[in-house]
Ligand binder design. Structure first.
Ligand code: ASP
Length: 331
């Protein structure tokens, strides 16, 4: 089913659309709360992340480098719920989770519950490349960061007033008894990136602060390989949404399994898992999915999802709301 989107370049069969980078900045968009200035700066940040990753892909670097670079830009930007600007847990702390996977080798790295790591995606990559493990959590992960020279910061670095106020609101609702199990679920702002490099290799990565008012120690889908992040030799996925449901459905892996085992298109597999199975189980959110032939899908079932892609011409394409048209949209 992929044949028609391949070309022979320098004697090697590669996807016609490679290199390609697809990103998201979370599916927790609430239109009523967005000012024109918020919108403009979110679009600018998405474009900057796309350009950072694309520059590496255009220079012939591997997909994994582009994923890491794009996510680092979004982690450093306080608008997104990853790195600086992460949401607060019930305890008033920022607990960060991240993972990445290299589709070409099947290697993966993940960290969860870190409080002091400036860029959790860089630590996830160090776990993948410099340890014998796939996942490290909490204090142990931070000791490993120190050992590897991954930048540590004071926990106050992650704090933003907007996220603090979101926590205060969630705590108040909880005290008033209006809260349900899904308190804070609106504040999805997780970031993710998928890349297809010039040699046809895929990679995926995800980084998050989790969900507002989550209980200390709660780990969502983002650092779980197969739930929030997956990449193999023909498909890559990064999710954003109510993590418990993505874990139960092994959502990211499920999308790629359908592509591999039943030959479904990436658009159909991603749309059915994200917009049918997850809501049926009671969850919500979105995802980005990219196939090795260069086709991709951006399904979500919320008011919007920060999303974008950049192809061979280096022109970034971004969108926020559900009623904007972007190639790959599949709601
Ligand atoms: N999926 C993330 C989590 O549950 C939240 C998000 O996407 O913003 O931790």
């Amino acid at each position: 089913m992929f044949e028609h989107r391949y070309a022979v370049r320098d004697g090697v069969l590669v996807a016609m659309d490679a290199p390609l980078l697809v990103i998201h900045g979370g599916a927790g968009v609430e239109r009523a709360e967005m000012t024109p200035a918020d919108e403009a700066s979110a679009r600018k940040a998405l474009e900057a992340a796309l350009r950072a990753g694309h520059a590496l892909l255009a220079a012939g670097k591997p997909a994994l480098d582009a994923v890491t670079a794009a996510i680092t830009v979004l982690e450093d930007d306080p608008q997104f719920n990853a790195g600086r600007g992460a949401v607060f847990n019930h305890d008033g702390r920022n607990e960060l989770d991240s993972s990445l996977m290299d589709g070409a080798t099947g290697k993966a790295g993940a960290v969860a519950g870190v409080h002091r790591v400036k860029n959790p995606i860089l630590l996830a990559r160090a776990v993948m490349e410099k340890s014998r493990h796939v996942m490290m959590v909490g204090d142990g992960a931070e000791s490993f960061a120190k050992e590897q020279g991954v930048t540590l910061v004071d926990p106050s670095y992650f704090r933003t007033e907007k996220r603090w106020q979101q926590l205060q609101k969630a705590l108040k609702e909880e005290t008033a008894g209006v809260a349900r199990l899904d308190v804070g679920r609106k504040y999805f702002g997780t970031v993710g990136a998928l890349a297809l490099d010039a040699r046809g290799r895929l990679a995926a990565g995800t980084s998050t602060g989790g969900m507002t008012d989550k209980r200390y120690g709660r780990v969502g889908d983002s650092p779980i390989i197969g739930a929030g992040t997956w990449a193999d030799d023909r498909c890559a996925v990064s999710g954003t949404g109510w993590g418990e449901f993505y874990i139960r459905d092994a959502a990211a892996h499920e999308v790629c399994a359908r592509v591999r085992l039943s030959g479904q298109s990436i658009a159909r597999a991603a749309r059915e898992v994200i917009n049918v199975d997850i809501p049926k189980a009671g969850g919500d959110g979105g995802a980005i999915a990219l196939a090795r032939d260069g086709t991709f899908a951006l399904p979500f079932n919320t008011e919007g999802m920060y999303r974008g892609w950049i192809g061979t011409d280096g022109v970034p394409h971004v969108a926020i709301y559900a009623d904007e048209k972007l190639q790959g949209d599949a709601h």
